[in-house]
Write a protein that binds this ligand. Structure first.
Ligand code: ADP
Length: 401
């Protein structure tokens, strides 16, 4: 079975074609700057075999329909093609950011599903782009099952005491204001991988998962099910991120608006796009932050410490929520690669049963690995995430059922 995984954003479209027989990525690509003056498509074919070979083309890509047409041309084209025709694609799996309360599992797309996703747009306006991708795919692949996998799905098991905000109840009943959480596909994937590594059934495994990438979120996982997470109604909440503030006093909103004479939208942009690491030290990529720290940049040092401090505080909170944990799991760009952040986030947590091994933490190895000492009551693991593979497997399971 060949499954095409599509992640459609407002001006970009990422795709992977996966051979489910051996979980092999046949091709992966990204189309960028859709709707802008000049766009581009970059595709790697058989990336395991030729990791450095890629095709890059620049051209005007007016909309998502044109983008998907371009993707199809590349996938079956003579030079970089990996399939003979569209019928070689057996199913399409779509990443959808916001499933609201309507979806707690992947679903086969039909007219009702499209309408329900449309109903959820007010909760995440930017993610109307997900729907655009689905609608074009339904046109392009009318006889192929299309499946949606939601970023919010994994977090739908949170209890009301965790997902409700202490605000007037009608904000929940009328406007659906509550904590939804995001990165669910990643938290779910690393939960399963971590349980397998620990040799325990997922349903008996308690974890604290930390997805630290450009966006950052953590989840408390009790017996394999999410019971709390840091992102909220929107991805602005929780941890400090590349450009997002994470949790702040909500009264900052009116305060900034009043003193800087900004609109609500402008304050929202300030907290989402000009804050986090970028706001503190002017750099949003953690690798650049480290380079600046090494040059003695004090703001970069502060940004790094603030970032790790917030992860540590949440590890403590989630240990209290869970009562016990089998492991703390680090994943995504920073979580998988950044030993300094991991060390700072776990520093001084021996009293809570978390003992990092400095040697293991700094040794780079592919795959899932333990970076805690053998006698650490709570294991600390690095688990590479793979959201596309998770979507492909969820799609396959649903299509086969
Ligand atoms: P996204 O959330 O967009 O999927 P990623 O998971 O790719 O993001 O993470 C991007 C972040 O990971 C960036 O802040 C980048 O600096 C960081 N990162 C990637 N590689 C490394 C590395 N080797 N060391 C430290 N940080 C890294």
């Amino acid at each position: 079975m060949h499954i095409l995984v599509i992640n459609s954003g407002s001006s970009s479209l990422k795709y992977q074609l996966i051979d489910m027989a051996d979980d092999r990525v046949m091709a992966l690509g990204v189309i960028e700057r859709i709707g802008e003056e000049m766009g581009s498509i970059t595709q790697k074919s058989n990336p395991d075999k030729w990791p450095d070979a890629k095709s890059v083309e620049h051209r005007v890509i007016p909309n998502h329909k044109a983008a998907m047409g371009l993707m199809v041309d590349k996938l079956i084209g003579e030079d970089w093609g990996v399939i003979d025709s569209l019928t070689d694609i057996d199913a399409v799996g779509h990443r959808v950011v916001q499933g609201g309360e309507s979806f707690s599992a992947p679903v086969l797309v039909d007219a009702d599903v499209v309408e329900t996703i449309r109903d959820n747009i007010p909760l995440a306006p930017l993610h109307a782009a997900n729907l655009a991708g689905i609608e074009v795919a339904l046109e392009l692949f009318p006889n192929t099952p299309n499946v949606t996998v939601f970023d919010t799905e994994f977090h739908q098991t949170m209890p009301p005491k965790a997902y409700l905000y202490p605000v007037p109840m009608d904000l929940y009943t009328d406007l659906k204001i509550r904590k939804y959480g995001f990165h669910g596909t990643s938290h779910k994937y690393v939960t399963r991988e971590a349980a397998a590594f620990l040799g325990k059934p997922v349903g008996e495994t308690d974890l604290i998962t930390a997805h630290l990438g450009n966006g950052c979120s953590m989840a408390a996982v009790k017996r394999g099910r999410c019971v709390d997470t840091t992102m909220g109604l929107t991805p602005l909440a929780g941890l400090m991120m590349g450009t997002r503030s994470g949790d702040v006093d909500p009264a900052l909103f009116p305060f900034i608006a009043q003193h800087r004479k900004m609109s609500v939208v402008e304050v929202d942009t300030l907290l989402n796009k000009q804050s986090g690491l970028l706001g503190i030290c002017g750099l949003n990529d953690m690798r650049d932050v480290h380079a600046a720290r090494k040059r003695g940049d004090e703001q970069a040092q502060l940004a790094f410490e603030m970032f790790a401090y917030r992860v540590k505080a949440r590890i403590g909170a989630y240990l209290a929520v869970l009562g016990r944990a089998d492991a703390v799991v680090f994943t995504a760009g920073i979580g998988e690669n950044d030993d300094a952040v991991r060390a700072a986030a776990c520093e001084g947590l021996e009293g809570l049963g978390i003992k990092l091994s400095p040697e293991r933490n700094t040794t780079r190895e592919p795959g899932v690995r333990r970076i805690s000492t053998d006698d650490s009551p709570v294991a600390v693991l690095v688990v590479p995430t793979n959201e596309e593979m998770e979507i492909a497997h969820a799609t396959q399971a649903l299509v086969e059922a």
